[in-house]
Every structure is written in structure tokens, then in C-alpha cells.
Design a protein around this ligand. Structure first.
Ligand SMILES: *Cc1c(COP(=O)(O)O)cnc(C)c1O
Length: 465
């Protein structure tokens, strides 16, 4: 048939919309979505015909296209995925997942009126800082605390609050880029402080800081190199030495610590990272960390330190712009409360549980996963368990090789890339890695029910082959 004839034979949108399947669809999805999907499905065929492509179509195939288009458009854009990468604080996948306690708190607070800024005792206006301040102080040993939107906001507020129109001294070895456009020199500029760089990339000495101190100095800043390491001929000034120097010259010392370690993780085989408490004990006037990296809570920035410093920051005009909403506050409060019992925090905060699960335990889960995959997929894949490493992710503990056991899948007919994309594009979305021509699943970041979903999805893919 010639193209013109085919174009004329395309069904009309109105006619298609009378079909039982599309009428049925419009009972569950909004009518405008269904109408648009039908129009777009017809248009899709028209475009293919006009491009001279061979298009085989009938009403059924166009209706099927429309149904899948409409369902696609109603699928949430922000939705859960299954993280089988073994990267625990996966930045692109939302960093930390919340504990059950935190989830319950969010739902309760979000669906009701709350004590957000209401003092129940007096019946008067309260402060939103109170919900987490006491807890943060309890778990870090600090005098005062506040929480803002993320750690980038905390850094901005800290520098603006302490060193605007003054000089902030920072080591050349700590000009960190955290990701995207977040770089310490840029934040300095935004906050109105003049950055004074001291030392060299690999070495900075206490005398470098001391020689740079002038009457205009407002801040000594130490940025923890959370996401990289300089190795070899290196030297950094300790926080304690900076604190002593600051005290001598009456200049506050602020440490941007990044990862947010509240419990010493070294006993679990993880590298020695400074805890917030250790920096407070070393005498820092101010310390900031992220809420959703190793701390394992919601996206937030936590500022802790001396009361006079925090009082100043709470009153800063930026504080309002950077403040937390009630859902995040609820999640943060619940997460911090778990830390009052460190054993419980390690058990119930998913990020901590995944970081500290023993390699034996992950290995046992990997072997079970292999058996179950073989059981439901027959000989569609070569499946094996082998030792590998998981990563902390989120720019935290960059050198930590966390021993794990991965499950590798080599499809017998399709390519590894096809299997990876089938997992990623299916429902649920499963994110896996590819290495050496094999698809790799790391059970460390898979919850038990997620392993079931992965097995079920692999069975579907194998059956479709
Ligand atoms: C991650 C990090 C930040 C930024 O924190 P966000 O919570 O991502 O805004 C700032 N400083 C350091 C040292 C970090 O590691």
C-alpha cells in the first residue's frame, strides 16, 4: 500500500477512545492522560509512516501503545529503586535510606498538625530548633546545635555567620570539591568572606596559619578531606593545634567534617574517621556534618559547637532560608534518638547496618541468592558467588574496601549489557553493576525483601528469553 493510503487508514482518536480497554483505562487514570496517550500513539505511527519507515499497525497495536504510554506517564518520576551496586551511601540513588523509626516519624508528623513551632507547656510560639538540639548535644557532647537543609548550607551559614567581610584561613590542601559545583573557594565567595590560602597542596604547617593571622582574620577553617586522600609526603595541622592557635589569637575554629560519624566505626574494620565528638572534645568552636551520609538520616546539615557561636548562627538571616522542613526534622529527630543506644543505632539505621554487616553474613546471603536464582532461571545464566568489595559511597571513606561476596550473572544468550538494562528498565527498577562482561549484584545493599524482588525479576527475564 502507498503511504498516503496508509495515512488515511489511521484510526481517529475519538473512535479509539470508545474501545473497552481504553474506556477501562480511563476509569483508573485521568481522562486527559488517556486522551493524550491515544493521540500520541496515533501520531507516533504517522511520524513513522511519513519518515518512510515500514509501520505495521492496527487498532489493537495502537491501543496497546497508548496504554503503555499512559501508564508510563502516571508512574512516579521519583520512585524507589533497588540498589544492588554495593555502594551504600549511593549519591545518585538518594544516599541513606531511613530507619523504620524515622519513616514512622515522618508519616505521623506530615499527616497531622505538630509541635513544629509550638511550645506545649506555655501554649506559645516555640522554636523548631528544640526538636533536635538536645539530642545532637547528647550524642556529640556539644553545648549547642542546629540543623539546616544540608551540609553545603551549613558551610555557607557558618562562614557567612562567622567571617563575612573578614578573612577565613584555610589550607591549600583542603580546597575540596564535594561534587557538582560545590567547592570551598566558591562557597567562601558566596558567604562574603575573603579566603586566605596557606601552605602547599601536600603540606601545611601550624606556622603557615599563624603567619596569616591579621586583625581581619575571622575564622580558621579546617575541611576534612572526606572524599579523597593525599598520600606520601604530607602534613596537616591537627584540629587540636588549630584550636590552641585560635584561642591564642581570639579567632574561632570551624571544622567541616562532612561524613557525620557519630559512632567509632573502627571496631567494625572500617577506617578511622574522626567522630563529631572527637572534634568537639578537641575544642572546635563549630563542626558541621551531613545528615544523610554515614550518619544515616535524612538530607540535612548539622552544626554543633559552642553556644555563643550557635546563637549567632540561629539569628543569621540565612538561617531562615536554609531551615529544615517538618518531615526532615521528624526523620532527623527519630534517627538521632536511635543513637542514644549505639547498639540499636547499628542494628536499625540501614546505612550503619550495611556498613557493619560481617563479610560472613553477606557471603551466606550471596550463596542463598545464587541457589534461588538458579532454581527459578534454570540454565539461562551462569551464576556464581565470589569475593569482592563494597563501597561506603557518598564521598565517605574513599579508601575503605569493605569485604563482600558478590553474585555474578553471565547470560547464556543475551549480552551482559542487555541483562543490566532489562533489570534497570523493568519494574521494579534494579540498579546493578557490570564488570568483565558479567552483571554483578552485591547483596550488602539488598534488603531481604529486595533480594526476593530481584529473584522474581530475573525469573521473568529468563522466561522472556
Ligand atoms: C558531603 C560534604 C559536604 C556537602 O554536604 P551535603 O550534605 O552534600 O550538602 C560538605 N563538606 C564536606 C567535607 C563533605 O564531605
Amino acid at each position: 500500500m502507498d503511504t498516503r493510503k496508509l495515512l488515511r487508514s489511521l484510526p481517529k482518536t475519538d473512535e479509539l477512545l470508545k474501545r473497552a480497554d481504553l474506556v477501562g483505562l480511563a476509569q483508573t487514570l485521568p481522562l486527559p492522560v488517556v486522551t493524550d496517550a491515544v493521540r500520541d500513539a496515533v501520531e507516533g505511527v504517522r511520524v513513522r509512516l511519513l519518515a518512510g519507515e515500514e509501520a505495521v499497525f492496527d487498532d489493537d497495536s495502537i491501543a496497546a501503545d497508548a496504554i503503555s504510554l499512559a501508564q508510563d506517564r502516571m508512574r512516579p518520576s521519583l520512585r524507589p529503586v533497588i540498589n544492588a551496586t554495593g555502594i551504600i551511601v549511593h549519591t545518585n540513588l538518594g544516599r541513606s535510606r531511613l530507619s523504620e523509626e524515622a519513616l514512622r516519624a515522618v508519616v505521623e508528623v506530615a499527616g497531622n498538625y505538630s509541635t513544629l513551632e509550638y511550645d506545649v507547656e506555655s501554649g506559645e510560639r516555640g522554636s523548631r530548633h528544640v526538636h533536635v538540639e538536645r539530642l545532637i548535644c547528647d550524642v556529640t557532647g556539644a553545648e549547642a546545635a542546629m540543623a539546616v537543609n544540608n551540609n553545603a548550607a551549613a558551610v555557607l551559614l557558618a562562614i557567612a555567620g562567622l567571617a563575612a567581610r573578614k578573612e577565613a584561613i584555610v589550607s591549600r590542601g583542603q580546597q575540596v570539591e564535594i561534587g557538582g559545583s560545590f567547592r570551598i573557594p566558591d562557597v567562601m565567595r558566596q558567604s562574603g568572606a575573603k579566603m586566605v590560602e596557606v601552605g602547599a597542596t601536600n603540606k601545611t604547617h601550624l606556622a603557615d596559619y599563624e603567619n596569616a593571622i591579621t586583625p581581619k582574620t575571622g575564622l580558621l577553617l579546617k575541611v576534612h578531606s572526606s572524599n579523597f586522600r593525599v598520600v606520601g609526603f604530607t602534613e596537616e595541622v591537627s584540629l587540636a593545634d588549630l584550636v590552641a592557635l585560635g584561642a591564642k589569637h581570639g579567632v574561632p575554629v570551624y571544622e567541616d567534617q562532612g561524613s557525620g560519624v557519630l559512632i567509632d566505626l573502627a571496631p567494625y574494620g572500617l577506617p578511622d574517621e574522626p567522630t563529631v565528638r572527637s572534634s568537639i572534645e578537641a575544642g572546635a568552636d563549630l563542626v558541621s556534618v551531613s545528615g544523610d551520609k554515614l550518619l544515616g538520616g535524612p538530607q540535612a546539615g548539622i552544626l554543633v559547637g559552642k553556644k555563643a557561636v550557635l546563637d549567632r548562627l540561629k539569628k543569621h538571616p540565612l538561617a531562615r532560608a536554609l531551615r529544615l522542613d517538618k518531615m526532615t526534622l521528624a526523620a532527623l529527630e527519630a534517627t538521632l534518638r536511635l543513637y542514644l543506644d549505639p547498639e540499636r543505632a547499628l542494628r536499625e539505621i540501614p546505612t550503619l547496618r550495611m556498613l557493619t554487616e560481617s563479610s560472613e553474613s553477606v557471603s551466606a546471603r550471596a550463596r542463598v541468592l545464587v541457589d534461588r536464582i538458579v532454581e527459578v532461571t534454570g540454565d539461562a545464566f551462569w551464576v556464581a558467588a565470589m569475593p569482592d568489595v563494597s563501597r561506603a559511597g557518598g564521598g565517605a571513606l574513599p579508601l575503605a574496601d569493605i569485604p563482600t561476596t558478590i553474585v555474578t550473572l553471565s547470560p547464556r544468550t543475551m549480552g551482559a549489557n542487555d541483562l543490566e538494562s532489562a533489570l534497570r528498565l523493568g519494574n521494579p527498577t534494579i540498579v546493578a553493576r557490570i564488570r568483565d562482561g558479567r552483571v554483578v549484584l552485591d547483596p550488602r545493599t539488598l534488603a531481604l525483601h529486595e533480594a526476593d524482588l530481584v529473584v522474581a525479576r530475573l525469573a521473568e527475564i529468563a522466561a522472556a528469553e
